[in-house]
Write a protein that binds this ligand. Structure first.
Ligand SMILES: NC(=O)c1ccc[n+]([C@@H]2O[C@H](COP(=O)([O-])OP(=O)(O)OC[C@H]3O[C@@H](n4cnc5c(N)ncnc54)[C@H](OP(=O)(O)O)[C@@H]3O)[C@@H](O)[C@H]2O)c1
Length: 272
């Protein structure tokens, strides 16, 4: 991506660790300005982050994506402060070891992984339309390829739970489905895609939400999150189909694609 002519602006959610932090660091190194939206603070003792902060190229905002009211307030602030956003990356995501209710009463996997990215994309699409790259990327997962049945009621209010291949995988499928639908509706030449960052060694993949057999393989087989950041950025390149799900750098078939409008309309109605 050409970043030499001017300083483009990216918004990255979940920039406090893992892929989001690697992406933020890379963009800053390439002289982008980065607006972060995080729940936890960014690392305090990283010299590159500190330098970018001092230059005004790193601007931090905070919200818990499981609290949609707080999120709406943060988005109002960002929309006013950042009239032009070139690239929006909905990277924040969660994979837990059990269902957990968000402020809405729905499961956190749904509110954080499915609904919040929609709320963010919709609120900031006008700012993205004023940017140069005009791209929104939603960080999804190849776990979605394993979803045999998509039960939206079960996703919102689970009665059973399986690590990684249950609520998490279904939430990423729902994310890629609404992305496919919304991509066709966006005005102003804004492009939207979802992308799997590949297998990265991060707090999420080392965490309790991973099945034990896979967690032991993470330090051995999973890569530094800078590889995931590169995969995500690659999904912003030109010439890719609108609404595509990028897996290993290429558009991949999204299961249950005939349900894309239904998922989009559900998410749109819940977003208010
Ligand atoms: N790592 C992989 O192999 C892999 C594979 C496929 C897809 N992904 C996807 O890649 C993205 C990044 O994950 P990662 O692996 O880099 O994991 P990570 O290091 O755990 O990063 C997840 C980020 O999401 C944030 N987040 C979680 N819940 C939140 C909430 N309620 N409100 C606001 N922020 C919240 C976390 O913030 P806190 O620091 O406050 O918790 C953190 O910054 C996720 O969407 C994940 O599903 C990862």
């Amino acid at each position: 991506m050409d970043t030499t002519s001017r300083s483009p602006v990216a918004l990255v959610t979940g920039a406090s660790s893992g892929v989001g932090l690697a992406l933020t660091s890379r963009l800053l190194a390439e002289r982008w300005s980065v607006v972060t939206l995080t729940r936890s603070p960014l690392p305090q003792h990283d010299p590159a982050l500190a330098a970018a902060r001092a230059e005004g190229r790193l601007r931090a905002h905070h919200a818990d994506l499981a609290d949609l009211r707080g999120l709406a307030r943060a988005l109002e602030g960002i929309a006013a402060a950042e009239p032009r956003i070139d690239l929006l990356v909905n990277n924040a995501g969660v994979s837990l070891d059990a269902p957990r209710a968000a402020a809405s009463g729905r499961d956190v996997h749904f509110d954080v992984n499915v609904l919040a990215p929609y709320v963010i994309a919709r609120a900031l699409a006008p700012n993205v339309a004023k940017g140069e790259h005009r791209t929104i990327l939603n960080v999804s997962s190849n776990a979605l390829l394993q979803v045999k049945e998509l039960d939206l009621d079960e996703l919102m209010r689970p009665t059973r739970f399986t690590k990684l291949f249950g609520s998490y995988a279904a939430s990423k499928l729902a994310l890629s489905l609404w992305t496919h639908e919304m991509a066709a509706l966006l005005p102003g030449g804004v492009e939207m895609r979802s992308v799997c960052p590949g297998a990265n060694d991060t707090p999420m993949t080392r965490g309790a939400g991973m099945p034990g057999w896979l967690r032991v393989l993470v330090p051995i087989l999973f890569r530094d999150p800078k590889h995931g950041a590169a995969r995500v950025l690659d999904a912003a390149r030109g010439g890719l189909p609108r609404g595509a799900f990028l897996h290993r750098g290429r558009p991949a078939a999204i299961p249950h694609l005939h349900r894309a409008r239904e998922v989009h309309d559900l998410v749109a109605s819940l977003a208010g």
